[in-house]
Design a protein around this ligand. Structure first.
Ligand SMILES: NC(=O)c1ccc[n+]([C@@H]2O[C@H](COP(=O)([O-])OP(=O)(O)OC[C@H]3O[C@@H](n4cnc5c(N)ncnc54)[C@H](O)[C@@H]3O)[C@@H](O)[C@H]2O)c1
Length: 414
């Protein structure tokens, strides 16, 4: 049976999580790695776990010449330049078939559209990695509820949140590098997940039409002097000068084009969630039925008392972004699967081997970027944005949020 030779560009947090997921994914091997840092360690892990015999390369061109597909797993500010190098390599004859890109596809609509065009011009299959649409917890709940929906009608409200106490690398905190704050970083997940839950059975992922966006962005914790100092000393980012939002919430109104019915996707994202660690929480309400997912509820918990706490090596092995190493702790036996990393990787592998795009292609990723940027615009203007208005659509094409330009004080301090 054929296997897909996959190359990872980037060897940081998400690359390592996807390598862990790959232990549960069939028909692929990790064949190459190209990263500024961490490549050798990831290669060692891959070999030890029989994920492949990855070669560590020094250029994008070399990895493209050695693999069937590459995954862009580097910081947001490197996206377009790396995709340009991939396109150059293909033009020069690299036998690459497909490209994967982690969320967000772009920091602006312009960047996301550029990613779509570069991949299309290079005739590459694409897969946009939005893991939450692949979460078994969500998709199993939907499968269970389809018969009820047929009788009663579809969901009318979905709420989706992603929250933790703040990112692990400095570039995430810098709005000019990352593209904003928590809305750019995690709003893309929550908006996409809520829309997915609301989408009627058997319809494509872009079936529901976005009609209006409301959003509020604010800086609730990391703008306070004590926490600003922590950010400055730990990451070299100064939120007195270039703040980004650590809390965002909003409502996307969507229309069913067949029935005209309006439904609501409510999203909330924060970097000031000082509980055990990362929490994904989704719920949805339909007429007479409902669903709810809470990733902090695990069948497994451990207790570590004060005396024993000294021996804890790494609390994050229990739970992503965990904040505590003692007390009653939630531990996930299979986090890579819980968050949808195994299923998204399997989808890309199977799709590319079949000569197709992944379930979520780059065009879908660009639409998510468009929605996130619409949310920034709605928050900046303090209005409900009409997403069907041609003037708004035109403005969004070249829009860069004030926060992403380092002018967040104008939005967050007034
Ligand atoms: N789906 C998710 O839940 C999820 C979670 C975390 C991160 N991500 C996304 O994954 C991407 C990477 O995030 P991360 O947390 O792994 O970051 P990270 O800072 O942990 O790691 C970044 C990696 O990229 C490498 N790198 C940086 N610039 C490079 C360049 N120009 N060329 C080659 N390598 C370069 C670094 O050396 C490092 O290996 C981001 O776009 C982020 O949004 C997604």
């Amino acid at each position: 049976m054929k296997t897909l030779k996959l190359g990872f560009i980037g060897a940081g947090f998400i690359a390592n999580f996807l390598a862990l997921a790959m232990k549960q994914v069939r028909h692929c091997e990790l064949a190459g790695i190209y990263a500024q840092n961490g490549g050798d360690q990831l290669a060692e892990y891959a070999k030890k776990n029989r994920l492949g015999e990855p070669k560590v390369f020094n250029t994008v061109s070399e990895i493209c010449n050695h693999c069937d597909a590459v995954a862009i797993l580097t910081p947001n500010y490197t996206r377009v330049a790396i995709m340009e190098e991939i396109a150059e390599a293909v033009k020069a004859g690299a036998p690459l078939k497909g490209v994967i890109c982690e969320k967000p596809l772009g920091r602006t609509v312009e960047e996301a559209v550029r990613m779509v065009n570069l991949a299309a011009d290079s005739k590459l299959l694409t897969s946009y990695f939005e893991n939450q649409l692949h979460m078994n917890a969500i998709n199993n709940a939907l499968a269970q509820l389809r018969p009820q929906q047929e009788v009663m009608g579809n969901f009318t409200l979905a709420r989706s949140t992603e929250e933790h106490a703040g990112p692990h690398s400095a570039w995430f905190w810098d709005p000019t590098q990352q593209g904003g704050g928590v809305l750019s970083d995690m709003g893309c997940h929550s908006i996409a997940a809520a829309r997915h839950i609301l989408t009627p059975a058997g319809k494509p992922v872009t079936f529901l039409e976005p009609v209006a966006m409301q959003c509020d962005t604010s800086l609730l914790k990391w703008g306070q002097p004590k926490y600003r100092e922590q950010l400055l000393s730990k990451f070299g980012v100064d939120y007195a000068k270039t703040p980004a939002e650590d809390f965002a919430t909003g409502i996307l109104t969507l229309k069913n084009p067949e029935t005209g019915q309006l439904v609501k996707a409510q999203f909330t994202d924060s970097w000031m969630y000082d509980k055990q660690g990362l929490r994904l929480w989704m719920d949805a309400l339909g007429p007479g039925y409902a669903m709810e997912v809470n990733s902090l509820i695990s069948p497994l918990e451990i207790f570590i008392g004060d005396e024993a706490a000294e021996g804890v090596a790494d609390a994050e092995t229990a739970l992503e972004k965990s904040t505590a190493s003692r007390g009653l702790l939630a531990v996930h036996p299979n986090e890579a699967d819980l968050y949808g990393y195994t299923t998204e990787l399997q989808d890309a592998v199977d799709s590319f081997l079949d000569g197709k795009n992944g379930l979520l292609d780059f065009a879908y990723g660009a639409e998510v970027t468009w929605l996130v940027q619409a949310a920034y615009m709605a928050a900046e203007k303090r209005v409900t944005l009409d997403l069907t208005d041609d003037k708004v659509k035109e403005e969004l094409k070249t829009y860069r949020s004030l926060i992403s330009q380092g002018k967040g004080a104008e939005v967050l301090f007034s």
